[in-house]
Write a protein that binds this ligand. Sequence first.
Ligand code: ADP
Ligand code: DAR
Length: 338
Amino acid sequence: MDSGALIKKYLTPALYEILAPLKTKTGFTLDAAIQSGLKNPDSSIGIYAGDCQSYFIFSSILDPIIHAYHAVGEDFKHGPDLTGNKLDLVDPDNEFILSTRIRVARNLKDICFPCHISARDRRRVEFLVSDAVKNMPQNLKGQYIPFQDMPPSQMENLLTKKLAFPKGDRFQDTAGINRDFPNSRGIFLSRDKKFMIWVNEEDHLRIISLESSCDICGVFNRLCLGLNHLGKKLEFAFDKKYGFLTSCPTNIGTAMRASVHIRLKKLEKNQSLLRSIANQYHLQIRGTGGEKTSVDKGIFDISNKRRLGISGTRIIQNLHAGIAAIIQAEKTCNSTSL
Ligand code: ADP
Ligand code: DAR
């Protein structure tokens, strides 16, 4: 495999020989785990977990990847749970930030993850989640919208409004995550459209709080409200060391990505400065359309990179501090400097 993927760096031929014959109790193998990386040499990671036990049976390849991605030591341990936050508005005049979105990934305990799940279990996930959202807290009440049997025009309309999720990209496709799409996929949407749950995307649940503002705290506190309710109704795949277990090792721990869409007209022309500030605060820069997309009209998706060994509250505080530094640089940098 000729790629910069972390799997290429850490999966030596000798380690492959040791791990290749192994299977988890659901029959998941190393070959299945690395299909995406083998077929997409431009992968950044190149491996997905098929179930909880993958993190233990294949720990000798997953742990080094986890240490490298999350910048944690050998003795890493999941941080404390998400709790509420109080921070001032980082862009009170909404001069730069267009919107804030905070999501966590969750998988249901004892059910294979999306790259290895059976059609029957995918239906079971949809049933359990659609039942759990029937009595959401007052501010988060809404409805579950199944994608299966939905007219293509309605699906297109929801996708345009970003109120649905499309079939996974080529990395997810080659991992097996797109099998039977759109069957047993759907979205829970609150009445105010500020809280949603993607069902059976890259993980069983993507729980999302978002709004067109810079109120990182308000978005975070809404997420915590929804998550606390769901945590009482559903049992999530969790381990005290790895935290919440997910399809991709980049998402374990809090499994949280807190992002802002921020317009940076000057730093768009000085991206080395933007990258250096982002690195200082362990922030990741994505394109306007999310992962592996380009920047459109100077609108960047900037979010935390680390999700493991750090609390949700710390993630929000680091994002807040990093965005404040980026806004300061946007205000003061010379737009002609490259
Ligand atoms: P993830 O689910 O891991 O966050 P992506 O990076 O693909 O995956 O983002 C998912 C979707 O959410 C994309 O359409 C992206 O444009 C959108 N998105 C991410 N952050 C924001 C934000 N702060 N405001 C609005 N949309 C966002
Ligand atoms: N395509 C994989 C995923 C990397 C992280 N993003 C996720 N999990 N959506 C890769 O190895 O590039």
